[in-house]
Design a protein around this ligand. Structure first.
Ligand code: SF4
Length: 380
């Protein structure tokens, strides 16, 4: 069993507690100052995550919307996830794919992958996120590498949300066309992390924490971070996430860092999160991040219901998934949208979603990068 990191062994940059205290003791004046500051940082983030700031949510939203339109225009980038395999040997308590869930498991074979990718391409997507569970004999590095290569022949942007890899493995992935990776820390609280990850390689908190940096050092262009809101104190996790982003941005200033805000959804296993994350608080977190990191792409998935997604699109969020399946495959034959890793909450078609965006004068963007640049970057 991997060694579990003790709080005292956390890296120097990860220390959200002083800021958590500040968030709890913020007054109206500090919130006003945070909203007026030219270059906000973590002190301002703490103020904007406070209960007092929650009472001024409309002001936060107005400021966040202004910044989003200034930085990203009136656009929402779209991407789609493709689950390649649901085999897993981890015991994440909140996940429908955990090893102890009684379900039939499968992986997509080469021909299935091509059919699914071609179906997604026909829908107009130019950006794809490939997902698996933990590294297993069914879905190992070679399987992911071959899948990335197939995706790179079809899509301009190919990211993976799979198991943590070594520097060498990320380097090989970059060479076959992988442009980015996503790895949520789930929670930055090491004690809660240990409780939520009952067994398996994922229990190694520190290795996971270091994974985005390892991927960027190996040549991937983008890294997506996030915490699973509800596992631990969401204010503390949001502050720690901000510190993680700041650290990566300093070290890998040419890389693109993005952040997602997943909330726990009902799943096989029936786990109920210990912390309730209300719609209002989720909006507050998104707006606070937008105000304090104006150019950071902020992502919202179909975990959230249509009404919530419609409301927050363009206010702080700049990128969204749509038409998602959280089961393995299912795109070319219109398979079940539910009963996968978690229950999808927004089942609209691409057309319906784009119509909604346009009604809010937002432009859906399927392509904001061309594969030709990827090839140039690799040969440089
Ligand atoms: S969250 Fe990922 S690693 Fe954990 S059980 Fe689910 S698929 Fe496996």
């Amino acid at each position: 069993m991997p060694l579990i990191i003790m709080p005292a062994l956390l890296p120097d940059w990860l220390n959200p507690d002083p800021w958590l205290t500040r968030a709890r003791n913020t007054d109206t004046r500090a919130v006003q100052q945070a909203l007026a500051t030219e270059c906000p940082g973590i002190a301002e983030l703490a103020a904007l995550l406070s209960p007092v700031a929650g009472e001024a949510l409309e002001r936060l939203a107005a400021r966040a919307q202004l910044i989003t339109h200034r930085q990203f225009g009136r656009t929402i980038s779209l991407y789609v996830p493709l689950y390649l395999s649901d085999f897993c040997k981890n015991g994440c308590i909140y996940c429908g794919f955990a090893a102890d869930r009684r379900r039939s498991r499968r992986r997509l074979e080469r021909d299935d992958i091509i059919v699914e990718m071609d179906a997604l391409k026909a829908m107009g997507f130019e950006e794809i996120l490939l997902l698996t569970g933990e590294r297993t004999l069914h879905a190992d590095f070679d399987y992911v590498r071959a899948s990335v290569a197939l995706a790179a022949e079809r899509f301009d942007l190919v990211a993976v949300e799979v198991f943590p890899m070594t520097h060498e493995e990320y380097h090989i992935l970059a060479e076959v066309g992988c442009t980015g990776m996503t790895m949520y820390q789930e929670t930055y609280d090491p004690v809660v992390y240990e409780r939520m990850h009952r067994w398996g390689p994922k229990r190694d908190y520190q290795y996971r924490l270091e994974t985005p940096a390892r991927a960027l050092a190996a040549g991937l262009r983008t890294a997506g971070l996030g915490t699973l809101l509800g596992l631990a104190d969401p204010v503390r996790d949001a502050l720690a996430l901000f510190q993680h982003v700041q650290t990566l941005r300093k070290q890998y200033w040419r890389a693109g860092i993005s952040v997602s805000f997943p909330r726990i959804r009902p799943q096989l296993g029936g786990f109920t999160p210990p912390f309730l994350v209300s719609d209002r608080f989720l909006v507050q977190v998104i707006c606070a991040f937008r105000i304090c990191m104006p150019d950071l792409p902020l992502i919202l998935s179909t975990r959230e219901p249509a009404l919530f997604r419609d409301g927050i699109a363009g206010i702080g969020i700049s990128k969204m998934s749509i038409a998602s399946r959280t089961t393995v495959g299912g795109y070319h034959d219109g398979g079940a949208a539910d009963d996968g890793q978690f229950k999808v909450n927004d089942n609209r078609s691409i057309e319906a979603f784009c119509t909604m965006l346009k009604s809010k004068e937002l432009e859906p963007v399927f392509k904001n990068w061309d594969a030709v640049y990827r090839d140039i970057a690799q040969s440089a």
